[in-house]
Design a binder for this molecule. Structure first.
Ligand SMILES: Cc1ncc(COP(=O)(O)O)c(C=O)c1O
Length: 402
């Protein structure tokens, strides 16, 4: 692996700067969103849409820092939401774009309001399509159903596999055949599938073949096919040609408009998380640097996925160098980011710079242990840093009582 440098994609946005000098001025911990990296991702996605005619949406669950929506709206067709609040955010903050929503199950007491925001409403079951579809249709909404092609293409983390056995995500063909009737089918404009997670387009190709095998007879009746998220389109080794082949195949075979709704790919490698070492302790020969940042609170996917995030100047596969375990200051024994080798030994006050921190961070963090929410900063093309938020004690307190 080697020590991460600004030649690595996660830190490439900092290659024009002295990262320590630039980001060392910030109060820590702090998230920094790199506007130019977002723009570059947007350009890749817009070029894909131009070449193929597909429509690309921002899956807000991964990235919903809406100060950047005006920028992203230049490149994307709209937003995708997981429920009422994200749908409202998309409508309010990217009003010129389409608003799509998919939810595992809609609530009767929210559906009316949802109709104010959503253009496309995708259901997760035939029952919910029957229950809510007629109201959606009467309100002029475009309706879809999520299908489950029962084709797992990922290994190792079943919580990210919507096709894992027993998954609640999407209607299998078996259930479709049991529950679908002609009137309900009439309500449908399109099908949706989401099966990938940080994957390349070879897995999409495999999945599309499974979708064709299971639902190929239905698709010619549909106007659109939404291929979900999990496409790591903006990753340097992503095979765009195969993706484009899949899109064209769907367009030509079934005459559908193709939607993609990536989250990660929109904001991939477009953020940093800046923290400092508060203390270094030792246990049985292990040097442990305690940060002013927490895996559990500020980078929850590190524990949930789990994965080990990249750090500038450190190697995630400790061999040579100065070995440190990085951990948070919370009470959770497992609030550990991981073991790293550093070029230079860590000491209290040192800056620790995490990469690829725009996704599933600011939209997923929490204040467990009373940990403050880190502020969010914008890094612009000229190297200016602008503070976008001012979180404090009130943000912690307001979530807990009146
Ligand atoms: C339905 C749906 N669409 C889109 C996404 C975005 O996925 P990603 O951020 O991996 O591209 C997800 C992620 O879970 C999802 O569940």
């Amino acid at each position: 692996m080697g020590y991460k440098t600004t030649k690595d994609p996660q830190f490439a946005g900092l290659s024009r700067y002295d990262p320590q000098a630039l980001l060392g001025q910030l109060p820590t911990p702090a998230y920094v969103i790199d506007q130019e990296r977002l723009r570059e991702n947007g350009q890749v996605l817009a070029a894909l849409a131009r070449r193929t005619g597909c429509r690309v949406l921002l899956a807000q669950k991964a990235f919903s820092n809406y100060d950047f929506y005006p920028l992203l709206s230049q490149y994307l067709a709209g937003t995708e939401a997981s429920g009422l609040y994200e749908a409202r955010l998309g409508r309010e903050e990217m009003p010129q774009g389409e608003v799509h929503v998919f939810c595992g199950a809609y609530r009767a007491d929210e559906f009316e309001e949802l109709l104010q925001y959503a253009d496309h409403i995708v259901f997760n079951s035939v029952h919910q399509l029957k229950a809510f579809g007629p109201r959606g249709r009467a309100a002029g909404k475009i309706l879809g159903l999520r299908v489950n092609p029962e084709c797992s293409t990922q290994e190792g983390h079943a919580i990210y596999d919507p096709c894992a056995p027993g998954s609640r995500m999407g209607v299998t063909r078996n259930v479709w055949d049991r529950e679908m009737d002609r009137d309900t089918l009439e309500l449908l404009d399109g099908l949706h599938f989401h099966t990938l997670c940080e994957q390349n387009s070879d897995d999409l190709k495999t999945t599309l073949a499974a979708v064709e095998e299971k639902f190929g007879d239905i698709l010619p009746r549909m106007k659109w096919l939404n291929m979900g998220g999990g496409h790591h389109i903006t990753r340097p080794d992503y095979d765009l040609a195969t993706l484009e082949g899949c899109i064209r195949r769907a367009q030509q075979t079934w005459g559908v408009t193709v939607y993609l709704e990536p989250g990660e790919a929109v904001a991939l490698n477009a953020g940093y998380f800046v923290s400092r070492v508060l203390d270094v302790v030792e246990n049985g020969g292990t040097q442990i640097a305690i940060l002013d940042a927490s895996a559990a609170c500020h980078m929850p996917d590190v524990l949930e996925m789990p994965y080990q995030p990249p750090i500038l100047g450190a190697d995630t596969e400790p061999g040579e160098g100065h070995l440190f375990r990085l951990a948070g200051p919370t009470c959770l024994a497992g609030d550990v980011v991981g073991d790293y080798a550093f070029e230079t030994p860590l000491a209290a006050g040192d800056l620790v710079l995490f990469g690829d921190m725009a996704i599933y961070t600011t939209c997923k963090n929490n204040t467990f242990n009373g940990m403050p929410l880190p502020d969010i900063w914008k890094l612009d093309r000229a190297g200016n840093l602008t503070r976008l938020t001012r979180f404090g004690y009130e943000d912690f307190k307001l979530r807990l009582g009146r």
